[in-house]
Design a protein around this ligand. Structure first.
Ligand SMILES: Cc1cc2nc3c(=O)[nH]c(=O)nc-3n(C[C@H](O)[C@H](O)[C@H](O)COP(=O)(O)O)c2cc1C
Ligand code: SF4
Ligand code: SF4
Length: 275
């Protein structure tokens, strides 16, 4: 029996969708068992993160041409408890170019090397954009999703034979891109006041969806009001999942920006980290 574990971090559900698609594809083979686990659920529950499966996948979105902070924390906390582990990574991105994965694979490889392991393969899939600052055309979302589903089938084959890909991890240009991406993000955070999240009282019906989908347990409700804490990882799930378009991120309102959530992902699934 080949046992595979997929760990994900996901806001609009793209990365979780990739995990589910991968599981479906991989388990078409007999003797393959795939388990999917939320990274934030493990971090927030302060459980030990033990890597003990022969194949481990890290699936997450590209943030500012690099690995989201919470994913780095996850990899840093991993305890590898198996000989010759095979790691692969699938990143989902909004960027149009294949190498818009930026520095992701280099960073993951570096973090794994510190644990006497390495990244065997890295793949990036274009998906509908979640960042709300840069948006990709809504009419192309279906096309991106279909293309990613087709690509997942190829990725599944490669993973099963633990193929080692030349994913150009040491691409200096990607490193520079990540540095620039981070600078641009820092400026945009200030410009758009991204850290300031609030709910428009005239739109909110206190349904609680935002609280349920926040992968960081950063949202709570009391006395009919929604409160944001200090653990935000900027995944924008609260913005995209709110049925009333009531969440305002800095100066960005859902009414003016498109909202997106990955198909066939439920509130319960995206909020797997808390419920
Ligand atoms: C804060 C933030 C930063 C992002 N930065 C990038 C980026 O640098 N390059 C890119 O291609 N996509 C970027 N994106 C888009 C996401 O990577 C992409 O939409 C991803 O599929 C979202 O996955 P999720 O639904 O699993 O969270 C960013 C999204 C967010 C929220
Ligand atoms: S999801 Fe939207 S409508 Fe529901 S409680 Fe949150 S902000 Fe209010
Ligand atoms: S508060 Fe919103 S943006 Fe921040 S982690 Fe929670 S869902 Fe994501």
């Amino acid at each position: 029996m080949k046992r595979i574990k997929l760990y994900y971090f996901s806001g609009t559900g793209n990365s979780l969708k990739v995990c589910k698609d991968l599981k479906l594809e991989l388990e078409k083979k007999t003797e393959v068992e795939v388990e999917i686990q939320s990274m934030t659920k493990l971090i927030l529950s302060k459980s030990r993160i033990i890597i003990n499966k022969e194949i481990t996948g890290l699936v997450f979105p590209v943030y500012c041409s690099d690995v989201p902070r919470i994913v780095r924390e996850f990899v840093n906390k991993m305890a590898i408890n198996i000989k010759n582990p095979y790691f692969f990574s699938v990143v989902t991105r909004g960027g149009s170019k294949e190498n818009d994965f930026g520095n992701c694979f280099f960073t993951i490889n570096k973090l794994l090397k510190a644990k006497q392991a390495d990244l065997g393969a890295g793949y990036s899939l274009r998906m509908p954009e979640s960042s709300i600052i840069i948006e990709n055309p809504i009419e192309k979302h279906k096309q991106f999703l279909q293309a990613s589903e087709a690509r997942v089938k190829e990725i599944a084959k490669v993973i099963l034979v633990k193929k080692r890909e030349n994913f150009k991890a040491k691409n200096r240009f990607n490193y520079i891109k990540a540095v620039l991406g981070n600078c641009a993000w820092t400026i945009m955070k200030v410009w758009f006041r991204v850290n300031k999240k609030e709910v428009m009282a005239d739109k909110c019906n206190n349904c609680g969806v935002c609280e349920k989908v926040c992968p960081m347990q950063n949202i709570s409700r009391s006395q009919g009001k929604v409160h944001f804490g200090k653990k935000c990882e900027q995944c924008f799930a609260c913005f995209h999942w709110c049925p009333q378009k009531a969440v305002k991120i800095g100066i960005l309102k859902a009414g003016k920006k498109y909202q997106y959530k990955a198909p066939n992902i439920t509130i319960k699934e995206i909020g797997n980290s808390i419920r």
